[in-house]
Write a protein that binds this ligand. Structure first.
Ligand code: HEC
Length: 142
């Protein structure tokens, strides 16, 4: 019988499986290979956005993107949904998973980063308008 009970609530401090979050929320577009779909869904494997500025990645996941963004030399103009409905621990787990899976070798991210960025960006009601809006975000923090 199908399990319709949904995901179990995550206890504070409990380890969340980033791969499971990825398979539940991201794989349909970005694919299990992390390579996306040419011209439609950008790759996470080898992406400068995934392995780069941690705050920027946190904001991509919290708010999504709707506009032009260049990823690993190719320009995309699609729509990345927001994942605000996920908890800080789930977002940290999936971010850490994509930063260290496939050929990616970036450090993992703490759930406190998502907690902070969620508060700091609470005025934003729309997805980021594209790569330029995201770059402006990391310029501001530096
Ligand atoms: C409905 C399809 C869809 C889903 C589901 C989705 N994405 Fe995306 N994602 C996109 C698209 C399309 C873009 C590019 C946005 C644009 O062109 O404006 C993108 C961009 C990104 C980017 C920045 C560019 C890059 O390729 O590095 C990251 C990081 C990312 N997504 C991570 C995720 C993660 C993590 C999940 C799951 C929690 C996820 N996405 C779920 C479609 C999706």
């Amino acid at each position: 019988m199908a399990d319709l009970s949904g995901p179990a609530p995550v206890a504070v401090g409990a380890a969340v499986d980033g791969k499971a979050v990825f398979n539940g929320q991201c794989v349909a577009c970005h694919q299990a290979t992390g390579k996306g779909l040419p011209g439609v869904f950008p790759p996470l494997d080898g992406s400068e956005w995934v392995q780069g500025d941690a705050r920027t990645l946190a904001n991509i996941l919290l708010h999504g993107i709707n506009g032009e963004i260049s990823v690993a030399g190719t320009t995309y103009n699609g729509a990345m949904p927001a994942f605000q409905q996920l908890g800080d621990a789930e977002l940290a787990a999936v971010a850490s998973y994509i930063r260290s899976n496939w050929s990616n070798k970036a450090n993992s991210l703490p759930s406190t980063l998502f907690e902070q960025e969620r508060k700091a960006s609470s005025a934003r009601t729309k997805p980021f308008e594209g790569g330029a809006a995201l770059k402006a975000l990391s310029d501001k923090s530096n």
